[in-house]
Write a protein that binds this ligand. Structure first.
Ligand code: C2O
Ligand code: CU
Length: 484
């Protein structure tokens, strides 16, 4: 079935595809059962937040950075009454969940955007336990501070641990969304990083038509380390700056489950807990054969769950922004001692390093062996200079479809023909890294590399497939996997 996946002509929605609220989608949801309803409310709103000693006006969920933790047990129906108090349309996307398609939160594909002042009731069955998160699927709104953790507990949790710590990483990129590009360039050239925070709350330009001038300008100067002299001023853990870190307390000997989420829009992080070995138990919510490591790399939107056995003392949990040489920090305290300084770089960061490709999926979630029914080749194209990121040279249009049919085993082949790496993410499914590798919803594809992943097409609908660098996806590296 090679080559069946060419995108449809622009400007028209192709016929013959499952519709997000259609009978197949409702039917699949029915088979997921009907558990107890867990009710939440969530408000997207501008707010003043405190970043170290600075007060910053930006966009948030419920006025906090990070947004509130939503927690349910697998089998619960998650019901979120969402209100949009932003001056701009938005949606909520539930990253990583295999949920009903019409609750996936993609404007123009699975729902209409929620207008300013309007609300939307998200309601769906949660099937698989794991570490997930939520964010808007409109423009680069996520990067203003709209994100929060979503934890689905396992009713039969096989891991034994005493404490749990949710760690959300974020890059605070100044002035990229919605500002006058000349002002941004001015900022960059004059090295006054902090005044840029105000720009995040300025009126956004949410064009889906291609890269805006802002993206082109900001990126040619900010990203990739080519232009070189601009650093991001801040990297956050749970919304806190390195000079005002969150302190997590436990007792020596406690087993702590750490759920690590990279909510950054443009940064991969290498993370380590000073003085400790981490045992990786899950990636992107799915269990893996346990593996010990000193450090882990998380691309944008990836999650890892690890177990550590706490030692006695005070330890930095540190996230190094890869290629940018900046640190984000939190602190684990189990005993007396001075807190580590903001620039502390634990030596574990430079120790044994694991990536998803070093992991094997746990037996319980391994895909049964089977012939591939359909294969889609996804060549990642574009360049930093032109900021023309795309898939198979076709920048995103809502009418694009890469076709699959329910029941098929599908192979996606990502070929990276660009000079940058891309964390490629698929909605509504968890693919398996070939062969027998981890089950994930996001995979890092390095420059020049070809990565094969497999999935069972078992969740009818229209599902986004995109780079999770929000600037790349917004400029066009995004498409739709559509069930026929
Ligand atoms: Cu976090 Cu379309 O994804
Ligand atoms: Cu990318």
């Amino acid at each position: 079935a090679d080559g069946k996946g060419a995108p449809a002509a622009s400007g028209e929605v192709p016929p013959g595809y499952v519709t997000p609220g259609g009978p197949q989608v409702r039917d699949t949801e029915k088979h997921r059962g009907n558990g107890p309803v867990r009710q939440f409310s969530l408000v997207a709103t501008p707010a003043d937040i405190q970043l170290g000693d600075r007060s910053v006006r930006t966009w948030t969920y419920d006025g906090t950075l990070t947004g509130p933790e939503l927690r349910v047990t697998a089998g619960d129906v998650l019901s979120v009454d969402f209100a949009n108090q932003l001056p701009h349309p938005t949606t909520v996307h539930w990253h990583g969940l295999a949920l009903r398609n019409d609750m996936d939160g993609v404007p123009g594909i699975t729902q209409d955007a929620v207008a300013s002042g309007e609300s939307f009731a998200y309601r769906y069955m949660t099937v698989r336990p794991g570490t997930y998160w939520y964010h808007p699927h409109v423009g680069v709104q996520q990067d203003r501070g709209l994100y929060g953790p979503l934890i689905v507990d396992d009713p039969r949790e096989p891991l034994a641990y005493d404490k749990e710590w949710v760690v959300v990483l974020d890059d605070w990129v100044d002035g990229i969304d919605g500002s006058d590009p000349d002002a941004i360039l001015d900022e960059l050239n004059h090295g006054e990083p902090h005044s840029g925070h105000e720009m995040r709350a300025a009126a956004p330009k949410e064009s889906k038509k291609g890269p805006s001038r802002i993206l082109e300008h900001a990126h040619s100067d900010l990203l990739g380390g080519m232009a070189g002299n601009v650093d991001y001023p801040l990297h956050l853990i749970n919304g806190r700056t390195p000079d005002d870190p969150q302190t997590f307390t436990a007792s020596p000997g406690d087993r702590i489950r750490i759920r690590i989420i990279n909510a950054g829009g443009d940064t991969a992080y290498r993370v380590a807990l000073g003085g400790h070995t981490m045992t990786v138990t899950h990636t992107d919510g799915h269990p893996v054969a346990h593996a010990d490591t000193d450090a882990l790399v998380l691309g944008m939107s990836e999650r890892y769950d690890v177990l550590v056995t706490a030692k006695d003392g005070v330890f930095p949990f540190t996230a190094l922004a890869e290629g940018k040489n900046h640190l984000a920090q939190a602190v684990l305290r189990t005993g007396g001692g001075a807190a580590p300084g903001p620039g502390t770089r634990p030596r574990e960061l430079d120790g044994k390093l694991l990536t998803a490709f070093d992991l094997d999926s746990a037996e319980s979630v391994r895909l049964p062996e089977r012939e591939v029914d359909r294969r889609h080749q996804l060549v990642l194209t574009g360049s930093m200079r032109r900021f023309d990121w795309a898939i198979n040279h076709a920048p995103f249009k809502p009418s694009q479809r890469y076709a699959v049919r329910e029941g098929e085993r599908v192979e996606l082949v990502f070929r990276n023909h660009t000079g940058m790496w891309h964390p490629m993410h698929l909605h509504g499914h968890a693919f398996e890294l070939a062969y027998g590798g981890a089950r994930k919803d996001t995979v890092i594809v390095r420059p020049g590399h070809t990565i094969r992943v497999h999935l069972d097409a078992d969740n009818p609908g229209l599902w986004m497939l995109h780079c999770h660098n929000v600037y790349h996806s917004e400029s066009g590296m995004m498409t739709v996997l559509g069930y026929r």
